[in-house]
Write a protein that binds this ligand. Structure first.
Ligand code: HEM
Ligand code: HEM
Length: 228
């Protein structure tokens, strides 16, 4: 009998991806609360929406040129891979994954798409009372009306996507006993010794800083300078 080997820790999430996640969570909660309060909070709702937009654009770029575990190419798999993964997972035979699993990959895409839809439609919104998005005069009235309807309707898509996300995290934490949340905080996952350690490529922090500055500047330009 070979001696038991203690699991080792491996770094799976880089700092930019983790900061992105927890900032996004805070901003989405704030966006929904400020939208419900309305009134004087609407201006803060819109500002939080701009911050979300800058973050999402950053995440898309990071998904293209960022660290390996954050790249779309490394976690967007075929739908068949989702079934294979889920079958293995239910049978408790899934190998550990240094990143999103095949099902989680689609959940990430759903979350990012729903949130991007919300942030972009917000730019063209017009509630016909007091509040307009910064770009509503730049497009035909029909676009404004569509954007406004989508902004209200897509709220429900966001709740469903976030709800599924949280249920999945709860299942992993309490049923499968995999501390995913801890990994999203510390960046590290326990790696069972029976499996070969993954060798992920990480990108330097300065690249993420450059990208977030660029997307923030772009959004600032889009909502303040461009409309004039
Ligand atoms: C408004 C609420 C939330 C939104 C919009 C959201 C969004 C996201 C997104 C976009 C990702 C993908 C991360 C990436 O690759 O960039 C993600 C992953 C993750 N989220 Fe959330 N999240 C929310 C709430 C939460 C909460 C409340 C928790 C738990 C306390 C949580 C835990 C995690 C974990 C652990 C992952 C990594 C999953 C994995 O290991 O594959 N999220 N979330
Ligand atoms: C991604 C971030 C965003 C989220 C999650 C979000 C969410 C929401 C929700 C849930 C509502 C409906 C509140 C209700 O009446 O029950 C709402 C309304 C509104 N949103 Fe957003 N929004 C976001 C981004 C934006 C942006 C970027 C703008 C504009 C710059 C914006 C402008 C508005 C306005 C003006 C309303 C009020 C519309 C009305 O009273 O009919 N939102 N938002």
């Amino acid at each position: 009998v070979p001696p038991p080997v203690a699991p080792t820790k491996v770094r799976v999430w880089d700092l930019p991806t983790r900061v992105f996640h927890w900032l996004l969570l805070g901003l989405i909660v704030f966006s929904v609360v400020s939208a419900k309060i309305g009134g004087n909070m609407t201006i803060w709702h819109m500002r939080a929406g701009y911050a979300v937009l800058a973050l999402l654009l950053f995440r898309i770029l990071w998904g293209l040129v960022g660290s390996q575990s954050a790249r779309f190419a490394s976690f967007v798999k075929s739908p068949f891979a989702v079934f294979r993964y889920l079958a293995a997972s239910f049978a408790n035979k899934a190998a550990p994954i240094a990143g999103h699993n095949a099902a989680g990959g689609y959940s990430v895409l759903l979350l990012l798409t729903a949130l991007l839809t919300q942030a972009v439609t917000g730019l063209f919104i017009d509630d016909e009372i007091a509040n307009q998005g910064p770009l509503y005069q730049k497009v035909p009235a029909s676009v404004v009306s569509w954007a406004t309807r989508i902004h209200h309707w897509n709220e429900n898509v966001i709740y469903v996507a976030v709800g599924l996300h949280i249920v999945a995290i709860l299942v992993y934490t309490f049923v499968k006993r995999e501390p995913l949340v801890k990994a999203m905080v510390t960046g590290e996952k326990e790696w069972p010794a029976a499996y070969a350690k993954p060798d992920l490529a990480f990108r330097p922090l300065w690249l993420a800083v450059v990208l977030i500055c660029a997307t923030s500047a772009f959004v600032y330009w889009l909502v303040t300078i461009f409309p004039k």
